[in-house]
Design a binder for this molecule. Sequence first.
Ligand code: CP
Ligand code: NVA
Length: 310
Amino acid sequence: ANQLKGKDFLTILDFSSDEIFYLLELASQMKREQKEGKSSNVLQGKSLGMIFENASTRTRVSFEVGMTQLGGHALFLSPRDLQIGRGEPISDTAQVLSRYVDAIMVRTNSHEKVEELAKYSTVPVINALTDYYHPCQALADLLTIYEQKGTFKGNKLVYVGDGNNVAHSLVIGAAKVGMDVAVATPAGYEMNQDIVEKAFEVAKSTGSTIKITNDPVEAVTNADIIYTDVWASMGYESEQKDRELAFGPYQVNSELVSHAKNDYIFLHCLPAHRGEEVTADIIDGQHSVVFDEAENRLHVQKAILASVIK
Ligand code: CP
Ligand code: NVA
């Protein structure tokens, strides 16, 4: 049964393992039905406000199209146009939007802003990427892994690169579904320690293992899934040059993937930079499922929207 009505989705930690499995199952079902041409009206008359403080291709389009496919409507709201951009408090914005829309989706560099928005909203708030987390992405990643591998338990997911928002959500997501995970970052670019501790706590209860290292080869050895992300996330563009030096050995290329299992799959949240975090032969090659992964953003977000909107 759906116990998610009215809930916020700020991090994967907001949902239990059972709730995550429920959402993944619902997403698969919605994906199947959409491919069969069945239409749905579960969100008829409902509106989603989408606040984007920074750029987006996948998130914006998949949320907007997702609402349309469920019979609802989405509004793209940029701080350039909202009064928030001229200093109206987040708390007032949250209370006002809650009188109009049935859920709010927000992308911002500051996780605290999302927490503030959620605190004052009376409708569900969905995190569409902050400096700390990207939970919708992690759910899409889990769905993709499940489709490809048929199971979570016994699979080794390896994240190579920056210990960023995507890494945080992925590691917690893997722990929630009982998948083993290894993370290799350069020294100085490790994941946030508090978040890592939370992931270890989750892993303890589900029996998954988490390995954290600075050695990409050690991490990738026997990988079933290899995942990477950009070296300089939104907000860190000015560090690009330093990061290129630090991240060189963490490039996912044919040498690195030679340590993985023969049937490994490659994931990347996109947008990607070929020749930086991944070479073209890998991301455009036989093992890559990045476009299925991108597609699955639509299906998991439809499941989230249908579940949390009252
Ligand atoms: N993966 C992802 O969130 O992509 P966008 O930045 O294009 O939304
Ligand atoms: N880590 C990246 C993900 C983009 C979808 C960023 O925050 O820019």
